[in-house]
Design a protein around this ligand. Structure first.
Ligand code: ADP
Length: 503
């Protein structure tokens, strides 16, 4: 191969598309020279464009993001790169714009949130001020009216007139309380408590409160409580009473003489986390027209203005009831027929507690077989096995507060003897005791011959809360477990559930 041919082969092997196209493919020295000149120009132009691109991209890092890269007419791979880069800049710009919009919206939202928090705060402040400002003079009026009513120097006409002042003041207080309560609920200020309470007792209390008025009005008012309703439920007993209070006072208000009112508490079902209880308030009163039925839950709605004037009220009671039930995740339905009567049906979930080893299901199963009748007024007798004298006194004081009888012993051996000799409803067993500890005493009781004594509910009391302790308790046959220190309601709750379960 000649030198010229070698140079030609070398030049033509240069992998530059455009260059290859432009080659004259001649064989002379002149041809090769031309081809080399073209290649040199091409390389020079690319070098310059690459330098521009590099400079441009470096500027990006110093903040000059949004400059587009120049596109040449060469339409080569550098141009492809530049076009891609420009599209990327385009997209980046769009993202930046939407980011700015989102930031502006966020800023506005934060401002709005602060403003509404400020508003809510001043509204709360206003509510509590107003409540205080109105109630204080009203208390003065009512208090002094009471004092005057009790004084002996009044003639009958004066005491009658004072009685009217007192009655009007009482009504005013109810109205103010309702308005403030509703405002409080609506501003989301109401937090419900979740404490153990006795629904059966609460229902009886409501019955006692209204039976005087019912008898006065010649109304037959009875409560019916399903035996399956657990004695101890967790919830906000004050708000539950408020629901009862509003519904029963309406029933009493709108039921004429010789009518009937029934307050029924039913056990609907047991879910994993809660008991579902149904509450029905049914009366044989004046009824509500069907087209007005759903409106009764709206504020200030009174179905019949004449009746309302006659019976009084604000039209807020049912609104408050509905709102409380909503917060409790429950439901309320109303059915009514003019002249026949009205019934409100409430379904409420009551969260379970976790004090028991043996789930309350067994209690309910027993109940549904119908062999247990709960006597709420029965005095519960508790054996307290506890070696620490101070703790003995404390537990016994708490038990007497709940009107329970109790006997205290200082070790496990004495506890077993006491169970054999006397009849108890439940044993509170400390675990660490001299002579015989709580585990041994529980085992000894569980192996007694007498069926009732052998199965007596035993609740372990211990300051040591570990999985192995509760496991060991279960293994020897303890029914429930309370860790020290405990709340008195907690103790009451566990005792009542186990005692009723054992009936
Ligand atoms: P009020 O303070 O007027 O009783 P509520 O919100 O408790 O306010 O009740 C709204 C209206 O619903 C009452 O004014 C009455 O017209 C009607 N209502 C409520 N309960 C009964 C009922 N048991 N029997 C007939 N009407 C009722």
């Amino acid at each position: 191969m000649s030198k010229l041919e070698e140079i030609l082969t070398l030049v033509r092997s240069i992998n530059e598309d455009e260059f290859q196209e432009q080659l004259t493919h001649g064989e002379s020295l002149e041809d090769v020279y031309q081809e080399l000149v073209f290649l040199a120009k091409k390389i020079e132009s690319k070098k310059k464009r690459t330098a521009v691109i590099v400079e441009h991209i470096s500027n990006c890092f110093t903040g000059d993001f949004f400059n587009y890269l120049p596109i040449s007419e060469a339409n080569d791979e550098l141009d492809v790169f530049c076009m891609g880069f420009n599209t990327y800049i385009e997209e980046l710009k769009a993202v930046m714009v939407s980011k700015k919009i989102v930031e502006a919206i966020n800023e506005k939202l934060v401002e709005e949130k602060e403003r509404s928090e400020q508003l809510a705060l001043s509204r709360d402040q206003f509510l509590s001020n107003m409540s205080h400002e109105i109630r204080t003079p009203l208390n003065g009026i009512l208090g002094f009216t009471d004092l005057l009513l009790n004084s002996t120097s009044l003639d009958p006409e004066e005491s009658k007139q004072l009685g009217y002042i007192k009655m009007s003041g009482d009504i005013l207080l109810v109205i103010i309380n309702d308005i403030l309560d509703l405002a409080k609920i609506e501003s989301g200020q109401v937090t419900l408590s979740n404490k153990p309470f006795n629904l059966v007792q609460l229902t009886r209390l409501i019955h006692d409160t209204f039976s005087v008025k019912a008898i006065e009005n010649d109304i037959d008012f009875k409560i019916v409580i399903d035996k399956k309703v657990p004695l101890v439920l967790n919830g906000d007993s004050v708000r539950i009473s408020q629901i009862f209070f509003n519904l029963i006072s309406n029933a009493v208000k709108f039921t004429p003489a010789q009518g009937k009112i029934r307050l029924k508490i039913k056990f609907q079902e047991e879910e994993d986390e809660s008991y579902i209880i149904k509450i029905v308030v049914k009366d044989s009163g004046i009824g509500i027209p069907s087209d007005k039925l759903q409106g009764v839950f709206n504020p200030f709605v009174q179905v019949n203005n004449d009746a309302s004037r006659k019976y009084g009220g604000t039209g807020l009671g049912l609104t408050i009831v509905k709102k409380i039930i909503d917060i409790m995740n429950g439901d309320i339905q109303v059915k009514s027929e003019l002249g026949v009567g009205t019934s409100f049906t409430i379904t409420l979930p009551f969260p379970k507690n976790d004090y028991y080893f043996s789930a309350s299901k067994s209690f309910l199963e027993k109940e549904s077989k119908g062999n247990a009748v709960i006597d709420v007024n029965k005095k519960v007798k508790v054996l307290v096995a506890e070696d620490n004298r101070i703790n003995q006194i404390l537990v016994q004081k708490i038990l007497s507060k709940f009107n329970f009888d109790s006997v205290a012993v200082a070790n496990g051996k004495l506890a077993v003897d006491a169970v054999i000799q006397e009849d108890f409803d439940v044993v509170l067993m400390d675990l660490m005791m001299p002579v015989m500890n709580g585990y041994e005493a529980t085992s000894a009781i569980r192996s007694l011959k007498d069926h009732t004594k052998k199965n007596i509910p035993i609740i372990a009391l211990s300051a040591v809360v570990t999985g192995s302790v509760t496991e060991a308790c279960k293994a020897v046959g303890v029914d429930g477990y309370i860790s020290k220190p405990f709340e008195s309601e907690e103790l009451y709750n566990v005792i009542m559930e186990l005692v009723t379960k054992n009936n």
